[in-house]
Write a protein that binds this ligand. Structure first.
Ligand SMILES: NC(=O)c1ccc[n+]([C@@H]2O[C@H](COP(=O)([O-])OP(=O)(O)OC[C@H]3O[C@@H](n4cnc5c(N)ncnc54)[C@H](OP(=O)(O)O)[C@@H]3O)[C@@H](O)[C@H]2O)c1
Length: 311
């Protein structure tokens, strides 16, 4: 594949993208590069102030960038439903959906507005619902892409169907790993469903390696104890930049050669840093039976059913 960088992004004029969690880190960098390439980018952020600040920053970086700041809280299904309904009612097709927003290894169990464990609820269920509700707009695009951001943390992940919401024995990292395995299972199953339906939309999954973002500060860094306070500093030393971390996302969203049902991540040591390449997920992430079970549970929990026909 060679060294793929943001300079390889083809022009995206006439396309419309939604990037969740795009006020910071990987989402902000991905949104900025998409806007630089001529895409109209909708920043979907939980804080209006942060969304507006990100919009201003992107406009400074790329004068003339077409950026819209919107409010979406993935930890609240009412917000997800009204957001998607407003988009589908008022907007044209959706060419690119980047399911990027996330929270990681929160020291104490927290829940979404609907009572789901916060990592599973935000990282997986919120995006599951959003994608399903935006499907009419995605299927109206000639070749839409849904890019879901997972993590190398999926490797040790396990879906605990018997304790999905961590009501018993909450553990920060296993809860994060479960949510990131769920991201991969979802993205792969979505591609299978796109293929079965014979539609042109594609679903790919990506991971950024280890990138220096506020994910560490807001998650483990918010915990008590020396190790927790040390994690963000440690990450500052070992991680790659958020720009570099955004490359697999941008590759999945724009590279003509990127394919549905694939997993893209960095090419360096243990996939922690580097340039995007096709990487192999753990066997469990390719388990279609497990993915189908998670899909059914996600439909039941969110009340969102997928309908694979265009408007
Ligand atoms: N950084 C890494 O090394 C790494 C590694 C593997 C995977 N990832 C994945 O990369 C993605 C982006 O993370 P990042 O590293 O760029 O971290 P980040 O800078 O903390 O970005 C996370 C974004 O998600 C948003 N968000 C959190 N909860 C939300 C909610 N309920 N509704 C809407 N937006 C919400 C955050 O908004 P606020 O600013 O309001 O909190 C922020 O904009 C995540 O899915 C993460 O799991 C990152």
């Amino acid at each position: 594949m060679g060294r793929w960088t943001a300079a390889n992004i083809p022009r995206q004029d006439g396309k419309l993208a939604i990037v969740t969690g795009s006020n910071s880190g990987i989402g902000l960098r991905a949104a900025s590069e998409l806007a630089r390439a001529g895409c109209v980018v909708i920043l979907a952020c939980r804080s209006r102030d942060k969304a507006s600040a990100a919009k201003r920053r992107i406009e400074q970086e790329t004068p003339g960038a077409k950026v819209v700041a919107t409010v979406l809280d993935l930890a609240n299904l009412t917000s997800v439903r009204s957001y998607a309904a407003a988009f589908v009612d008022h907007s044209r097709r959706l060419d690119i959906l980047i399911n990027n927003a996330g929270v990681m290894a929160l020291p104490r169990r927290q829940t979404t507005a609907d009572g789901f464990e916060l990592q599973f609820g935000t990282n997986h269920l919120g995006h599951f619902a959003l994608t399903g509700l935006l499907l009419p707009a995605l299927l109206t695009a000639p070749a839409a892409r849904v890019v879901t951001v997972s993590s190398i943390a999926h490797r040790e992940g396990r879906i605990r169907f018997e304790n999905l919401q961590w009501e018993q024995g909450y553990k920060p990292w296993p809860a994060y790993r479960q949510s990131k395995l769920a991201n991969l299972l979802f993205g792969m199953e979505l591609e299978r469903k796109f293929e079965q339906a014979g539609v042109t939309a594609r679903s790919m999954v990506v991971h950024p390696g280890v990138a220096n973002t506020s994910l560490f500060l807001n998650g483990p860094g918010a915990g008590k104890g020396i190790l927790n306070s040390f994690i963000p500093r440690l990450i500052g030393w070992v991680a790659q930049s958020d720009e570099r971390g955004a490359l697999p996302t941008l590759y999945g969203a724009t590279a003509p050669e990127a394919q549905g049902g694939r997993f893209y991540g960095p090419d360096g040591f243990r996939q922690m840093r580097g340039y995007p390449v096709d990487v192999e997920p753990e066997a469990q992430a390719k388990d279609a039976t497990l993915a189908a079970r998670l899909w059914q549970v996600s439909e039941r929990l969110t009340g969102v059913q997928y309908h694979f026909s265009a408007r």
